[in-house]
Design a protein around this ligand. Structure first.
Ligand code: CTP
Length: 414
């Protein structure tokens, strides 16, 4: 499946600096993903990088000239004596991925000894570095001091991962996978967006209510719409806390994750984080009932009597109602978005829910449709507001639906 273009990155100029690490091959995949996302990717390769991967690889995946030399322009590109200025001025982000120990040292001391280093000096856009090297080199005090210097200057560090190196040794220093690197670039580009300085809390996934230590009662929520909302809020520049029951989906880069299981835990964490939030988006599917007294030991079926099991269920607390009560005192969160999963009388039920729960926007979906609602990658929603507004969105990816909801939230906040 071709990845969907990323609105935030569409038409953005990204400089990808590739340096001489064995991980340089991963940068080719990153360049390809960025290009497919809609970005214009200009690659600068150091001399050492070209020992690992040919410039032609990057030219092929980006469809653009690759810069390799301070003194000789690539075909069709700007004369290189001004290339660094032109590239640096046009860039929305400069990502050096992978960054070798030598590159970090050169950047930290402000060297200007090749095109990559000169462009880094000329650039005023966000600069990212993703160190990749053997564990011993990464932990060396010299490398750590260089990283510290760069971070102090505002460079965004993409932490390397623990793992096995090409040398066979195990340690910290591996370049994260291209999806994570792309997430970091996306995060850097997004800062300063319409929700900059705003705190957004998103809840996602279905809660799990224990029957015994092995079994639980849950629902079909996958968490996909909630994760897409967290990503869309990040793309708009917000600081995002994602309170989720789902561990299966990749965490959007830059989001603070809070993992919970039950409705009671979700209630407690949501009230805590909502206190400082500008917006709360309750996309989680919260259990309305839970087993009244979960067993502390696994319930045995004992013998072959064929007897059934009855569970005594009790009501859980409604989180949005609790937020509504708090909000009456503190006026935080400023904006609350609720969801409504309905199988009958969508509009009437959704309107009733909006009024009862006191939300500023209510996103309703018909869960009986096969291409919308639970588990799907697409959604078809109706957005209601207390003034009687009714906005029906066409079937779209959950990412697009999320962008639209975040636009509405930004409109209300700003
Ligand atoms: N919600 C909540 N606390 C609960 C149950 C739901 O905060 N205990 C929130 C959901 O996160 C969602 C909204 O309330 O934003 C509506 O959820 P939904 O399941 O559609 O409605 P319910 O309130 O559970 O009502 P019903 O089951 O009767 O449709």
């Amino acid at each position: 499946m071709t990845p969907e273009p990323i609105s935030l990155l569409h038409g953005k100029h990204i400089i990808l600096g590739v340096t001489g690490s064995i991980a340089a091959y991963k940068a080719a995949d990153l360049a390809s993903k960025l290009t497919q996302a809609g970005a214009l990717v200009d690659v600068i390769m150091t001399e050492a990088a070209q020992k690992f991967v040919a410039p032609l690889t990057f030219q092929a995946v980006t469809g653009r000239a690759v810069y390799t030399d301070l003194w000789g322009p690539p075909a069709g590109a700007l004369p290189t004596h001004i290339a660094h200025v032109g590239l640096a001025e046009a860039a929305d982000a400069f990502a050096i991925m992978p960054a070798t120990a030598d590159t970090l040292a050169r950047l930290a001391s402000g060297r200007a000894d090749d095109l990559l280093a000169i462009t880094a000096l000329a650039a005023r856009c966000p600069l990212l570095v993703a160190p990749a090297m053997d564990g011993g080199m990464y932990h060396h005090p010299a490398t750590q001091a260089n990283i510290e210097t760069l971070v102090r200057r505002g460079v965004l560090l993409v932490e390397p991962e623990e793992g096995r190196f090409a040398s066979g040794m195990i340690g910290k220093g591996r370049l994260p996978d291209p999806a994570t690197l792309l997430g970091a670039i996306r995060y850097a580009v997004s800062r300063g967006g319409p929700l900059a300085g705003r705190m957004v809390v998103v809840t996602a996934g279905g809660t799990r209510e224990p029957i015994d230590p092995v079994r639980y009662v849950s629902n079909r929520s996958s968490g996909k719409q909630g994760f897409a909302l967290a990503q869309a809020a990040l793309d708009a520049g917000a600081d995002v806390t994602l309170i989720t029951t789902t561990h299966q989906l990749p965490l959007p880069y830059g989001a603070a994750a809070v993992y919970v299981d039950t409705a009671a835990q979700l209630l407690e964490r949501t009230l805590h984080h909502a206190e400082a939030a500008h917006a709360l988006i309750m996309a989680a599917a919260v259990a309305d009932f839970r087993p009244a007294s979960p067993a502390s030991h696994k319930i045995k079926k004992i013998g072959d009597s064929g007897a059934g099991l009855s569970l005594n269920m009790e009501r859980t607390q409604d989180i949005l109602m609790a937020v509504k009560a708090r909000r009456a005192e503190s006026s935080f969160p400023r904006i609350v978005v609720g969801f409504a999963a309905e199988s009958d009388d969508l509009l009437q039920n959704a309107r009733d829910k909006m009024a009862r729960k006191g939300v500023d926007l209510l996103v309703a979906n018909d869960i009986t449709a096969s291409d919308a609602g639970f588990e799907t990658d697409t959604n078809r929603v109706l957005i209601l507001d207390p003034a009687g507004g009714e906005e029906r969105l066409e079937l779209a990816s959950k990412a697009r639906v999320a962008e639209h909801i975040i636009e509405r939230v930004a409109g209300l906040l700003n």
